[in-house]
Design a protein around this ligand. Structure first.
Ligand SMILES: [Zn+2]
Length: 367
């Protein structure tokens, strides 16, 4: 399939006619599949006067599904017996969790995509890992455990420490294990977990106890910005405090942006730009008109993803706010689209425009 072909490319290259053509072909190939196999998606398309089989629209004109719809609809395009992985996102204050159903094709693509992206940012393979979560094998229904199992596999035969037990993380245990590795000359490759967990359970107690650790591996974090926003901790404050407790190169701190419905991950390079692989596109839309915005203008983030095969997640609109960066090649040397996230959706606030859009769409589908 075309989506698998585009995954053979390196993620961060300048799109040429060939990859651009492959991208749009792969996108249509999957959308046609969903149109034929998912009644919910077909109704959604009909409600938007869109028939993917006609292949007439450019990617900016394709209809988009709000990710909130995964909370209320079972979005599935293959028979249930082909599903090999069902994940729910941790439910938020707004209620029900998102459910994402992956068949083998989609799950393989998820692993290939995220590993290829990771390889471009983090040198952690076959090195010791510290995960600020529980062993992902314990609960295979939770979305964040899919990320943790993917990252965990990268440690290969090296030690993996899972520091969360029954939702508790003991920072003293972390220090003991960390220092034991240093004393015995073992190289730690990666510490990873949710941003808020890292902040609350490691950085804060280490700060309070004046502990500073020398470290030359990587720290990868993501997924807790909503909580950080609620605590009013900015990204720069977070980084400042992180570098106070970890004496490490700032370039080895990796901010991951993703969501459970997405098969890719968008990682900040050392210049603070999120890089988009060739198998994704990011469109920023005006919060009121939903028209695509030019570079530098803030709006709602839409992600095109050629990879979902078992669910119609090829064009998703998030509830997060961001902007596209100017097109010059990033100073880090990676090519392709660049964007920044300004604000993550916040479940405790009034409904965001993504939520309102979801309500509208649901009414259309239910008609
Ligand atoms: Zn860059």
């Amino acid at each position: 399939m075309k989506a698998d072909e585009i995954l053979d490319y390196e993620p961060f290259i300048n799109g040429d006619n060939k990859t651009e053509g492959l991208f749009i072909d792969a996108l249509y190939e999957e959308m046609i599949f969903h149109y034929k196999n998912s009644e919910t998606y077909r109704k959604f398309c009909i409600g938007r006067n869109f028939n993917p089989c006609e292949k007439t629209k450019s990617y900016e004109d394709l209809p988009y599904i709000p990710i909130q719809l995964f909370k209320t609809k079972k979005l599935l395009s293959v028979p249930e017996n082909q599903i090999v992985d069902v994940r729910k996102s941790s439910s938020t204050s707004t209620g029900s969790p998102s459910m994402v159903y992956r068949d083998k094709i989609t799950l393989d693509r998820y692993y290939r995509s995220r590993n290829k992206i990771f390889d471009q940012f983090i040198n952690d393979r076959e090195k010791i890992h510290f995960c600020l979560g529980e062993n992902p094998g314990l609960d295979k229904t939770i979305s964040r455990n899919l990320v943790n199992s993917l990252i965990g596999d990268r440690a290969g035969t090296s030690e993996q420490h899972y520091l969360m037990n029954n939702e508790n993380l003991d920072w003293k245990e972390f220090i003991d294990k960390f220092e034991h590795c240093i004393k015995t000359g073992k190289k730690i490759g990666l510490i990873y977990g949710g941003t808020a967990i890292l902040y609350l359970h490691i950085i804060k107690p280490l700060m309070a106890n004046n502990i500073r650790l020398k470290y030359d591996g990587y720290i990868a974090h993501g997924g807790g910005w909503k909580k950080m926003q609620n605590m009013q901790v900015s990204k720069s404050e977070f980084l400042k405090e992180l570098l106070t407790v970890f004496d490490m190169p700032g370039t080895n701190i990796v901010d991951m942006y993703g969501f459970s419905e997405s098969n890719s991950m968008f990682i900040d390079c050392e210049y603070g730009n999120k890089h988009v692989p060739v198998w994704n596109k990011v469109i920023i839309r005006d919060c009121n008109t939903f028209k695509p915005l030019e570079e530098s203008k803030e709006g709602i983030i839409q992600i095109l993803d050629v990879l979902p095969h078992s669910y119609p997640g090829n064009s998703l609109i998030t509830d997060d706010i961001g902007y596209l960066c100017k097109k010059e090649k990033c100073r880090c040397g990676r090519a392709g689209q660049l964007f920044k996230v300004v604000k993550r959706a916040n479940g405790s606030e009034a409904k965001g425009c993504g939520d309102m859009l979801a309500d509208l769409m649901e009414r259309k589908i239910d008609k």
